[in-house]
Design a protein around this ligand. Structure first.
Ligand SMILES: C[S@@+](CC[C@H](N)C(=O)[O-])C[C@H]1O[C@@H](n2cnc3c(N)ncnc32)[C@H](O)[C@@H]1O
Length: 162
């Protein structure tokens, strides 16, 4: 499988999981947290499929496409090691969806990072809330759930607070 094949699988899976999540949480109150703005592609998708939601974006250095840049008041600027605990103090366990796409090119570093932020993400989710991640996460109380049909196993992961 080429790098292009893998990239397409990852993007297709990301979209399938985010569409599934939007449908699953439809009608429930609570914000969406986007961890890692990057180019802003997934942020743009989230606001397209959930125009009614407050979407807060966590990013340490904004470098997104101008058309996919959140308003200042929806941006939590800084390292997630600082901004996730601050979000818990501000919002409590209210998030209906947390989407994390924070990783880089090293699978080992991504895994280490996912392990270290899992306890910071876990308390943010409301009952029934979902976490969609590009990397396997390490939660104590959230359960991994089945991926939607269009997603490729291993390319994304979905967790839910029962
Ligand atoms: C792969 S990109 C996100 C791509 C995005 N999903 C998109 O569709 O364009 C990862 C982003 O996470 C951010 N990031 C990585 N580690 C971070 C950290 N510790 N705190 C805050 N942001 C971080 C990077 O700056 C980068 O913009």
């Amino acid at each position: 499988m080429s790098r292009l094949d893998k990239f397409i699988e990852r993007m297709t899976s990301q979209r399938a999981c985010l569409d599934f999540a939007a449908e699953t949480i439809s009608g429930t109150p609570g914000p969406v947290f986007e961890l890692g703005l990057g180019n802003g592609r997934t942020f743009d998708h989230l606001r397209n499929i959930m125009p009614e939601r407050d979407i807060f974006v966590f990013e340490r250095a904004v470098a997104s496409h101008p058309d996919s840049t959140p308003d200042d008041d929806m941006l939590l600027l800084g390292d997630v090691y600082d901004t996730l605990p601050a979000a818990l103090a501000r919002f409590g366990a209210t998030a209906q969806l947390v989407h994390a796409d924070l990783g880089g090119h090293s699978p080992a570093k991504n895994d280490e990072f996912a392990r270290s932020i899992s306890p910071l993400v876990e308390p943010l989710l409301a009952k029934g809330g979902l976490m969609v991640a590009s990397d396997k996460m390490y939660f104590e109380t959230l359960k991994e759930i089945a991926l939607p049909a269009d997603a490729v196993p291993g390319r994304c992961f979905i967790y839910q607070r029962a």
